[in-house]
Design a protein around this ligand. Structure first.
Ligand code: AMP
Length: 284
């Protein structure tokens, strides 16, 4: 695996492959876990060359969020990617991505104002700006994002569509631990008691699916049951419980195209999880 830190070094490695090979890209903020590695595996299955980036992007954190304490585990991450037979690891510094005088932003409107965008108003602007920049640096044919960050996946798809970026965006299903907690680099912040409470997110989602499978279609009824479960966790504080359609707008009546999305503070750690309500699929 080649490790590079500048766009020029990356270009020099990739230039002979542009137009000839399928170049897959997996952007991450590091502190890698099985969720990130499932994106890498999907990318490797479908592409000739796999590029992974590790960059903790300051512009997607609001003041007071966890940018400073976000886990940075570069050597562990690099060895996981090496084992996973990644071809190139791109690890730029903040000054490479945002040199002095950087003054451009990419912003998707509409779907960024709801859900996580409501609680974290500058977040998606930071995400789309850095992802657009990384897309221009890597020039991949394909890019892989987790359904764990379902709204982010939608926002990236919209950005590539709106800006005619010729990149296939692939969503990869949520990887969970043995107790079905959605994997996240932020799970490392959880105390033992908070971890137990965090398991209620998936429990609540599973209950929503069960109620729907039994015939309930009213969002308010499903939300009430979900709220009850989440409220039983001492360390949990609900940010939102949403039942949304394809456009991420809330629906009063649910169907197979509805997704349930949760954002919950577990102590100081903000956790998100989501699943399709579609019949028959329990943990997706
Ligand atoms: P992050 O490092 O948190 O920015 O995540 C990098 C990518 O990994 C994003 O596309 C995430 O959606 C994806 N990801 C994070 N956690 C998971 C998970 N548990 N399952 C699948 N993908 C994930």
């Amino acid at each position: 695996m080649k490790v590079v830190e500048t766009p020029l070094d990356l270009y020099n490695i990739l230039k002979s492959s542009y137009g000839k090979k399928r170049i897959g890209f997996v952007p991450t903020m590091g502190a890698l876990h099985e969720g990130h590695l499932s994106l890498v595996r999907k990318c490797k299955e479908q592409c000739d060359i796999t590029v992974v980036s590790i960059f903790v992007n300051p512009s997607q954190f609001a003041p007071g969020e966890d940018f400073e304490k976000y886990p940075r585990l570069f050597s562990e991450d690099a060895s996981l990617l090496e084992k996973g037979k990644v071809d190139i690891l791109f690890h730029p510094s903040v000054s490479v991505i945002y040199p002095k005088g950087f003054s451009t932003a990419v912003e998707v409107e509409g779907i960024t104002n709801v859900l996580c965008g409501k609680s974290r108003p500058s977040h998606f602007r930071g995400v789309t700006t850095v992802v657009a920049k990384l897309f221009n640096i890597v020039s991949p044919t394909d890019a892989y994002f987790g359904e764990k960050d379902f709204q982010q996946l939608k926002v990236i798809k919209k950005m590539t569509e709106d800006l005619n970026m010729k990149i296939n965006i692939h969503g990869v299903e949520i990887a969970r631990d043995k107790n079905l907690l959605a994997l996240s680099s932020r799970n490392a912040y959880l105390s033992k008691d908070e971890y137990e409470d965090a398991l209620l997110l998936n429990k609540a989602i599973t209950e929503a699916k069960r109620i729907y499978m039994e015939g309930e279609v009213l969002s308010c009824k499903i939300k009430k049951a979900v709220k009850k479960i989440l409220k039983s966790g001492k360390s949990l504080k609900i940010d939102y419980i949403a039942l949304v359609g394809e456009d991420l707008r809330k629906t009063k009546k649910v169907d197979d195209n509805t997704r349930i999305l949760l954002a919950v503070y577990c102590g100081k750690t903000r956790l998100i999880d989501n699943a399709s309500l579609k019949q028959g699929i329990l943990y997706r």
